[in-house]
Ligand binder design. Structure first.
Ligand code: HAM
Length: 421
């Protein structure tokens, strides 16, 4: 049996890389004052169908469904809708102060797998609620930027846009629908069906023919209302003040329906075809899709697997190997009687140990093993040592060896090994 297509096992050196990235990203969230939130992997289907949008690829064809006792559940394809469901359920928005959350969760989308595009992937995400200012948007972009900088990634563009609001978007949709109507037979079958109900989704269609038409489609910038224009202007000023270079790109519309005003994407040449490192935007009206009063919110998510690809392309991921401090070589069953309990005590004292339970192994094979694992010390206990009531402690780097009395073995080992830390 093999793992499900587009879903991967992680182990060995790969885990070490992931942990390195995870620790660094978490440290940036802590620096910026974001607290963690974890939501369940399964949500009711409506959490996404009502929010991400009926006409989006995610809702139309990418959700994994689980049918159980008349409940229609799905594996979460993204984090924001579940986050909003949790905020509303626990009334977190009632405390009207600005609140900052982050998450690190697996997501599931039934897409065609390719490099950087998986069916189970992992997102770090950040969401900030109860602040409608362009400064909050600028903070989000600065935070995402700080994450990449912390990891040493500089090869990306920051693309920003305004996708308008409930006031000005209808005008844009109409302009788009009129435009696509005159190019209907150049569009793919799906876009022909959705051009009236969801013309913005055509801007997002991956088919070459649709992308060619979309190139000359009207731009949202021509339709923005005064408050949206002002919000966007102030965001740009804030980014300039923070010396965050950006591209004002009116073609960024994002593949999810819930955005209003600011939308942004970080794209990188390190990634290949799936060039989006991360993206997000403002979603001030998402709560209304759950039948609740709106409150301001903005956020982003970044793909963990794409971070790994970017760092591998730069050759800048450390090769981390877990190496125990101490290797315990028990030569014979009597030695194992002494070393097994000792190994448990040492582990509790914080000394990482490796102890093979096959006491028939030769000294040569133990030393080879210890070298392979890059252990700092090897403790050797064989018949000769037992007779002398000692054990031999070998420093693997210096190639020196000392004898330690079995009567003070634990204390002596702790003293010597801890002084090396
Ligand atoms: P998204 O653009 O759909 O946004 O996904 C964010 C990031 O997740 C992408 O930029 C990419 O790095 C990664 N990603 C997406 N799909 C895949 C995939 N199939 N395989 C690997 N990586 C992938 C959202 O999900 C929004 N919830 C972001 C957001 C948060 N907006 C506001 N708050």
């Amino acid at each position: 049996m093999k793992a499900v297509r587009g879903m991967h096992d992680l182990f060995g050196a790969e885990i070490a890389k992931w942990k390195f990235i995870e620790e660094n990203v978490r440290s940036v969230f802590a620096q910026f004052g974001y607290q963690e939130i974890r939501t369940p992997v399964l949500e009711h289907m409506e959490v996404f169908s009502k929010t991400v949008g009926d006409e989006t690829d995610i809702v139309e064809k990418q959700m994994y469904q689980v049918q159980k006792e008349n409940e229609s559940l799905v594996l979460r394809p993204e984090g924001t809708a579940g986050f909003m469901r949790a905020v509303l359920e626990h009334q977190l928005h009632r405390d009207s102060s600005c609140q900052r959350y982050f998450y690190y969760l697996p997501m599931f989308r039934h897409e065609r797998p390719q490099k950087g595009r998986l069916r189970q992937f992992h997102q770090f995400g950040a969401e900030l609620i109860n602040d409608s200012s362009p400064e909050a948007d600028a903070e989000m972009i600065a935070l995402l930027n700080a994450i990449y900088k912390k990891l040493g990634i500089n090869e990306y563009d920051i693309r920003i846009n305004s996708v308008g609001c409930a006031e000005c978007r209808p005008q844009f949709r109409e302009a788009l629908a009129n435009f696509f109507k005159s190019h209907l037979n150049e569009l793919c079958e799906q876009c022909q069906k959705r051009f009236e109900r969801a013309p913005m989704r055509i801007l997002d269609c991956k088919k070459e023919s649709c992308q060619a038409v979309a190139k000359s489609a009207p731009l949202i910038t021509t339709c923005l209302c005064a408050p949206c224009n002002e919000h966007h202007r102030r965001l740009k000023t804030r980014l300039e003040e923070a010396e965050l270079a950006f591209i004002d790109d009116p073609t960024i519309v994002r593949g999810l329906d819930y955005y209003s005003k600011t939308a942004f994407e970080f794209t990188s040449s390190l990634l290949g075809a799936q060039s989006a490192l991360g993206g997000g935007g403002r979603y001030d009206h998402l709560a209304t899709r759950f039948g609740e009063k709106p409150f301001p919110a903005v956020g982003f998510a970044l793909g963990m697997e794409r971070l790994v690809i970017a760092l591998e392309a730069k050759n800048s991921l450390p090769i981390l190997q877990f190496s125990p401090m101490l290797y315990l070589a028990a030569l014979g069953p009597q030695s194992l009687d002494v070393l097994f309990p000792l190994s448990l005590v040492l582990k509790e004292e914080g000394i990482t140990t490796e102890i093979p339970y096959d006491s028939g192994k030769s000294l040569k094979s133990h030393l080879k093993n210890s070298n392979r694992l890059q252990c700092k010390f090897t403790l050797i206990l064989g018949e000769d040592e037992l007779k002398k009531n000692v054990a031999a402690l070998k420093d693997m780097e210096k190639q020196t060896q000392v004898e330690i009395s079995l009567d003070h073995l634990k204390i002596e080992l702790l003293k010597r090994i801890k002084s090396e830390h």
